[in-house]
Write a protein that binds this ligand. Structure first.
Ligand code: SR1
Ligand code: MG
Length: 409
């Protein structure tokens, strides 16, 4: 009998005991240091370290509610989804995902490689660090995990088995509400708007009927388009990075959905990084260095994704109908259109909804924050309403830069 034979939400001392008992990495009498290192919204993340041997591990446990608020009651099955997704991504995108050591379906936790030599990308970006290999790494990750789990490549029965395995209703509901609905219709009355921007957002977002209609259409794409096995929360807080390495973490929101959900999230979160640099960097050379890198990376993410997706299509396509001339162009144009739509949604929801990003909330000067928010929201509206027009990296950047000129410093 072990206290870990039945599920409970662990405290720090339980995590140490768990690691000693369940992880062969550690001696049963090892002196372990445990710290909670997660600042995410959903799960609890601990670093367990044995100072004597120097060995360490990350343990992540799913609680019965979201870490951010007990109002989100969530199935602990998300730990199974995360563990399986990490293993699959590790195979499809080697080197870009941490190694999973163990999944425990009783305690609803997993143990994985400690990435303490990496940093959370959002934090590094908010310090205006740059990562020249990021566009290459993230596009390889997205092409490999996204294209290779579609009907283009997989036997359709095998794909349907994956659809079943990754049914994730409660986490999808969070996305349906927080990303697709509430930024435009605050029907749960939990939006959290920077007060000086409330009137502007009411007028320009809530009261924009065309925008609301387009977001309703896009929501139904997320609900019904089982195109590919998506990460489902691919923002810069879900990425560990150092100059020569990028590791994608936190796939608990994984499900079948539109490819553009993942690509659009990366685009939007690079735009948040740009908005933070624009708001906080005054020195000309420093501004040019950082914003130049973000702009280049934004374009490369879209364009490298397109090129690599095409090449991977040539190597991997199995579906007979997908070989019809013109089909691939139609499919990829749709992916880029969805990328624009989701980039717009993510930009809106992180400013209007309850789950913010530090890139924006850490801007202390009120005028600068208002400008940053309005640039993001105005560009977002164009990405959503004119989503068909976004077919390369330059088109995304042009809208961002043009929008920035509308709002004075
Ligand atoms: C209740 S969860 C809020 C947000 O945090 C996660 O990281 C997802 O982005 C989700 O939408
Ligand atoms: Mg997360």
């Amino acid at each position: 009998m072990s206290k870990f034979d039945q599920y409970f939400l662990m405290k720090l001392s339980d995590v140490a005991q768990y690691a000693r008992e369940k992880m062969i990495l550690f001696d049963p009498d090892a002196q372990l240091d445990v710290t909670e290192i997660g600042d995410g919204n959903v799960n609890y993340i601990y670093r367990v370290w044995d100072a004597q041997s120097g060995k360490s591990v990350i343990i992540k446990q799913a609680g019965p509610t979201a870490r951010i608020s007990d109002a989100f009651v969530l199935s602990t099955d998300r730990a199974r989804i995360e563990a399986n997704m990490l293993m699959l991504e590790y195979k499809l995108a080697p080197g870009l995902v941490p190694l999973l050591y163990k999944y425990d379906d009783v305690m609803c936790c997993c143990a994985m490689e400690d990435l303490s030599d990496h940093v959370i990308m959002r934090n590094a970006l908010n310090e205006h660090q740059t990562f020249p290999l990021f566009a290459d790494h993230i596009t390889t990750f997205m092409v490999n995990t996204l294209l290779l789990t579609t009907d283009i490549v997989l036997d359709h029965k095998e794909k349907k088995e994956l659809v079943k395995k990754y049914i994730n209703p409660e986490l999808c509901e969070i996305t349906e509400d927080l990303v697709y609905t509430e930024p435009f219709n605050d029907y749960k009355k939990r939006n959290d708007i920077f007060p000086p921007n409330l009137d502007w957002i009411t007028q320009n977002i809530y009261q924009d009927k065309e925008l609301r209609l387009e977001t309703a259409k896009i929501k139904f794409d997320f609900l019904t388009n089982s195109q590919s096995l998506i990460h489902g929360d691919l923002h810069t807080g879900s990425i560990f990075i150092k100059p020569d390495s990028t590791k994608i973490i936190d796939p608990e929101f994984a499900c079948y959905g539109p490819i553009g959900y993942d690509t659009g999230n990366i685009v939007a979160n690079l735009i948040f990084a740009w908005a933070n640099g624009d708001a906080t960097l005054d020195a000309k050379a420093e501004r040019a260095r950082y914003l130049g890198w973000v702009e280049q990376t934004l374009m490369e993410v879209v364009d490298m994704f397109y090129v690599k997706f095409n090449k991977a299509w040539d190597r991997n396509v199995n579906e007979i109908s997908a070989k019809e001339p013109g089909f691939r162009e139609w499919y990829l144009n749709g992916v880029l259109r969805d990328t624009a739509a989701v980039a717009g949604l993510e930009l809106c929801r992180r400013i209007i909804g309850l789950a913010h990003v530090k890139d924006i909330t850490s801007i202390t000067d009120e005028k600068a924050r208002l400008r940053a928010e309005r640039i993001c929201l105005t560009a977002a509206k164009d990405y959503i309403k004119n989503r068909e027009n976004y077919q390369n990296g330059m088109s995304f950047l042009n809208t961002l830069k043009k929008t920035a000129t509308l709002y004075s410093m």
